[in-house]
Write a protein of this length. Structure first.
Length: 117
C-alpha cells in the first residue's frame, strides 16, 4: 500500500484523520528534537483540514506578533497567508498532472467548476 492510499483510507473514516496520522508520523520521526526543542507537527490536509497542534502553533505565533505590532488581526493574517500558500501548492500539483497538449482553458474551466463559481 502506498502512502497516498493510507491517507485516503484514513480520510474516509473521519475528517482530519489523515492529518492526525501524518502528525503522529512527524512526531515519531523528530522525537529526538523534543529534548532540546519545542516541537509542533504542522500538518494541513490538501482539502484544508488543519491538525489541532498546527492551529495552536499558528495562534501562538499570531498572539506573539500581536504583542509586538499591536494589530489584533495578526493571527487572521497568518492563517490567510498559510491558506493561500496551501492553495498555491495545490494548484502547482494539480497543474503538473496535465500534459502540454491539454489547454489552459480546460484547466481553468475545471478549477471554476470545482470551486462552484
Amino acid at each position: 500500500m502506498q502512502k497516498a492510499d493510507a491517507h485516503v483510507i484514513n480520510s474516509a473514516r473521519e475528517a482530519g484523520e489523515a492529518a492526525e496520522h501524518a502528525a503522529t508520523n512527524k512526531t515519531s520521526k523528530y522525537s529526538r528534537l523534543t529534548s532540546t526543542h519545542i516541537f509542533y507537527p504542522v500538518v494541513i490536509e490538501m482539502a484544508g483540514t488543519w491538525h489541532h497542534q498546527a492551529v495552536e502553533l499558528v495562534k501562538e505565533i499570531g498572539r506573539r506578533t500581536t504583542n509586538i505590532t499591536g494589530d489584533e488581526r495578526e493571527t487572521s493574517y497568518l492563517f490567510q497567508q498559510m491558506s493561500i500558500a496551501l492553495q498555491r501548492g495545490n494548484a502547482v500539483s494539480f497543474q503538473s498532472t496535465f500534459t502540454a497538449s491539454q489547454s489552459v482553458a480546460t484547466v481553468i474551466f475545471f478549477l471554476l467548476f470545482i470551486c462552484n463559481f
